[in-house]
Ligand binder design. Structure first.
Ligand code: SF4
Length: 474
């Protein structure tokens, strides 16, 4: 309402793709609810939309698409408007007679995440004010075809909390305090604006591990700056709800690392010399493999196994892109991957985050690879992300590969490349047949493998003095 819209970011390719996917999904769901009736009104005229919707509801039509529901009375000085994707007539009693309406919201996600559920509860709340009775349920039509009924008794108190905070913010002339949460903010068109403000003020939300709930507790204890947090005794924070010893130590280290721009080894009670990384976590071998997968989740397709083979004896490095150019080639790409890793039977396989290991297990099941082969293969997997988060606190905003490797001095060849963009590139390749999209994906994937290699070597060097001290003590 109050922001200067010229400061909004343009939508990314990935956001545009999500919007397109969302429209397709919505149309597919709506086709299964035919016949549908829609209120007729000029775009943006909510009052006319609400009147037209009321007429359809009073007539008792079976299914109403894109209804406009408006609370008959004001909530304070605000009128609540909701636009559920569908209203479906059910037996029951409402102000019109022996029928009630149930709202259904159509969402692209596969899981009924809390944000969706709160919105579904909101539709039910506004609908209850319009038809004089609460609907028996409020549903989400999710990707994958399932209809999910939310638990209204559980969601309504949460909705009330959010609604009053929202009304308070809308009435205020001050902008609400921003809080950067990458999971929510990354797709928001205000991100560039909010992020630069957060950077300028060194907002605590930029520290990994500072969640909204923890931030509230920190504020209650007057810890609102990185400098104050860096000076806080972790023992003071540990008893707070949602903290505990490990989180408290990590948060204080995080602030100290940021202030001094340095890496801080994590202390762990189980490690006699205060460093939880062991040589066995990062084994060195004559040949090491660095592995990264690219997938198109919307097509349920694993289309690229990228493997960087590093021969430490000869000093040679070779990148292998085991690519499925279409869905029909996924099996062949999987077998090419197995052939490659079996050609280096003693090489450790480094990857970043659990996704690669989970996907190998899944592909093994899908393509009938013997489970003992998969178990043996996974026994050679080492998760570099886990080693970083277990072993060290870094002055970064996120423990994603990009942030970690960049801080350690590694750079990607394509500035704008990321996982979301590679999904768009693969779609563009499928639609146009233009191989430059595939080349961009391969370059990005190879750089991810090389970044994992860079981080692994950095960790080995960083932890070397600690291991030497440990050996001397033994
Ligand atoms: S804080 Fe995040 S979600 Fe809120 S407006 Fe800013 S970028 Fe968007």
């Amino acid at each position: 309402m109050y922001g200067d819209r010229r400061r909004q970011d343009p939508p990314s390719d990935y956001l545009l793709k999500l919007r397109q996917d969302s429209i397709r999904h919505r149309e597919a769901v709506l086709r299964s609810f035919q016949p549908l009736q829609s209120p007729q009104f000029a775009a943006g005229d909510w009052a006319a939309g609400a009147r037209a919707t009321l007429e359809l509801m009073a007539q008792g039509v079976d299914t109403i698409r894109q209804a406009v529901l408006v609370t008959p009375s004001m909530v304070g000085d605000v009128q609540l408007v909701s636009q559920p994707d569908l209203l479906v007539k059910q037996p029951g009693w409402s102000c019109w007679g022996n029928w009630v309406y149930t709202p259904i919201d159509i969402k692209l996600g596969k899981k009924p995440k809390l944000d969706y559920q709160v919105i579904a509860a909101y539709h039910a709340y506004v609908l209850s004010r319009v038809q004089g009775v609460w609907p028996g349920e409020s549903c989400l039509a999710l990707r994958g075809g399932q209809l999910y009924a939310i638990e209204l008794y559980r969601l309504v108190p949460k909705l009330q909390e959010i609604l009053s905070a929202c009304l308070r913010d809308l009435r205020s002339t001050e902008a609400p305090e921003l809080f950067i949460a990458h999971s929510r903010c990354d797709l928001c068109h205000w991100f560039g604006h909010c992020y630069s403000e957060a950077k300028a003020t060194r907002h605590l939300s930029l520290l990994p591990g500072v969640t909204p709930a923890r931030y509230d507790f920190l504020k209650q204890h007057h810890i609102t700056t990185v400098a104050t947090l860096a000076q806080t005794n972790p023992g003071y924070l540990a008893p707070l709800p949602g903290f505990g010893e490990q989180v408290a130590e990590k948060l204080v280290h995080q602030a100290q690392a940021l202030l001094d721009n340095r890496a801080i080894p994590r202390t762990a009670p189980q490690a006699p010399h205060g460093f939880p990384l062991w040589p066995s976590d990062l084994p060195e071998a004559e040949v090491e493999l660095f592995f990264d997968i690219e997938a198109a989740p919307d097509q349920n397709l694993i289309y690229l196994h990228g493997v960087l083979v590093v021969d430490r004896v000869s000093g040679q490095e070779s990148f292998h892109a085991l690519l499925a150019e279409s869905r029909g080639e996924e099996r062949r790409a999987w077998h090419d991957f197995l052939d490659l890793v079996h050609a280096y039977p003693h090489a450790p396989i480094y990857h970043f985050c659990p996704y690669e290991a989970q996907t190998v297990r899944k592909l093994g099941q899908n393509y009938g690879t013997a489970s003992h082969h998969i178990d043996a293969l996974l026994g050679r997997f080492f998760d570099v992300h886990k080693c970083v988060t277990d072993g060290v606190t870094l002055p970064i905003e996120s423990y994603a590969l990009k942030h970690i490797a960049r801080w350690m001095g590694f750079d990607w060849r394509d500035e704008g490349a990321n996982g979301a963009q590679s999904i768009c590139w693969y779609n563009a390749w499928a639609e146009t047949g233009d191989r430059t999209y595939l080349e961009a994906i391969l370059r990005y994937n190879e750089d991810d493998c090389r970044a994992t290699y860079h981080v692994k070597d950095w960790l080995v060097q960083f932890s070397q003095p600690y291991w030497e001290r440990l050996y001397q003590a033994i």
